[in-house]
Design a protein around this ligand. Structure first.
Ligand code: ADP
Ligand code: MG
Length: 320
């Protein structure tokens, strides 16, 4: 059977019957039209094969991640995601690949009430761009707003995805349970949308951790005009990461590795118990990992020793 045409690809893999009342015009016309109220939060993220994910990553994971990275950005400002557009460049219209990709995308979209309302499809190097729009709260969580003395928190566990990148080359059949868990964390990050929403009005500043904790906490600190001290022993590492790697290596993954898609945020010391209650309500693990400081720079504390941490992380334009 010949590969489907561009029209057939859109029709078969991306057009679904939608009953979403906000969508006035969806896929099939020149522009989508939605009924929106109040403030919109908008984010777009481009995933380039070979740069943002390995070329051989399963198509289902590519579809999941392309949406997840944008959900994570909206989560970081406390917005409620709703409408997505998808620009897809694929080398060829391979049906098996497209159907798995769509399954990954729509499974996550359905979990978050996100509807796909348009996009663009073209032949070219594998690149997936998703734009996501949703309702922004009146007082969004921003990178600025942290103050010295605020406690620093992260959701979930850190470093799993970075560790997985080292393991992805090995055939799936040779992976043990721990390695499979880490690879799963890379392939199917869980954007912390419920947590982000819950923190609106309580957290002082927030950012999603996509380029590594140090890089992203460094950005929150720069925007807030402060520094941070991180208790290295408090870094939340998954059991799998701890079992598979030495503690120090695990910490390196947690501090410098990317692709976690967890939230890092600051809250007043008097709100620690409230933040833990909000997190529990959002069914999301949250760990206090340090404190914002008046003097700039990132420091790590190990017992009573303090070490300077370079704010490195993934940067596409940094020379290597
Ligand atoms: P145009 O020439 O107006 O850009 P296209 O032929 O590119 O129209 O797209 C036709 C319709 O299909 C449009 O509504 C567009 O938004 C939608 N569309 C195209 N590609 C995708 C995709 N990958 N996912 C969702 N919708 C898509
Ligand atoms: Mg088009």
């Amino acid at each position: 059977m010949p590969n489907p045409s561009e029209f057939e690809v859109i029709e078969r893999f991306f057009t679904r019957a939608s009953t979403d009342a906000s969508v006035i015009v969806g896929i099939g016309d020149d522009a989508a039209i939605v009924a929106a109220e109040g403030r919109l939060a908008l984010a777009v993220d481009m995933l380039v094969a070979g740069t943002h994910f390995p070329r051989e990553l399963p198509a289902r994971a590519v579809g999941h991640r392309a949406l997840a990275v944008n959900l994570s950005d909206l989560a970081a400002v406390g917005a409620v995601p709703h409408w997505a557009t998808l620009a897809l460049s694929v080398p060829s219209a391979e049906e098996a690949w497209l159907s798995e990709f769509a399954a990954g995308f729509f499974t996550l979209a359905d979990q978050h009430g996100v509807v796909l309302i348009g996009g663009d499809t073209t032949r070219g190097p594998l690149t997936v761009t998703v734009q996501l729009a949703g309702a922004a709260p009146e007082l969004p969580l921003l990178r600025a707003g942290g103050r010295p003395g605020d406690r620093v928190f992260v959701s979930g566990t850190l470093g799993d995805a970075a560790a997985a990148l080292e393991l992805l080359e090995r055939p799936a059949s040779e992976r043990g349970a721990e390695e499979a868990f880490l690879v799963q964390r890379f392939c199917y990050p869980e954007p912390r949308v419920a947590l982000g929403r819950a923190l609106v009005g309580t957290a002082c500043a927030a950012i999603d951790v996509s380029d590594g904790l140090l890089a992203d906490l460094g950005r929150l600190c720069a925007a807030s005009g402060c520094g941070a001290e991180v208790d290295l022993a408090a870094l939340p590492l998954s059991d799998a990461l701890k079992a598979r790697f030495a503690r120090e290596r695990g910490e390196q993954f947690a501090l410098g590795g990317g692709d976690d898609y967890e939230l890092c945020f600051a809250g007043a010391p008097g709100d620690v118990a409230k933040i833990q209650a909000l997190a529990a309500n959002a069914l999301t693990r949250v760990t206090e990992i340090g404190v914002l400081t008046a003097e700039p720079g990132l420091y790590g504390r190990r017992g009573d020793r303090t070490v300077a941490l370079a704010a490195t992380g993934f940067d596409h334009f940094a020379s290597s």
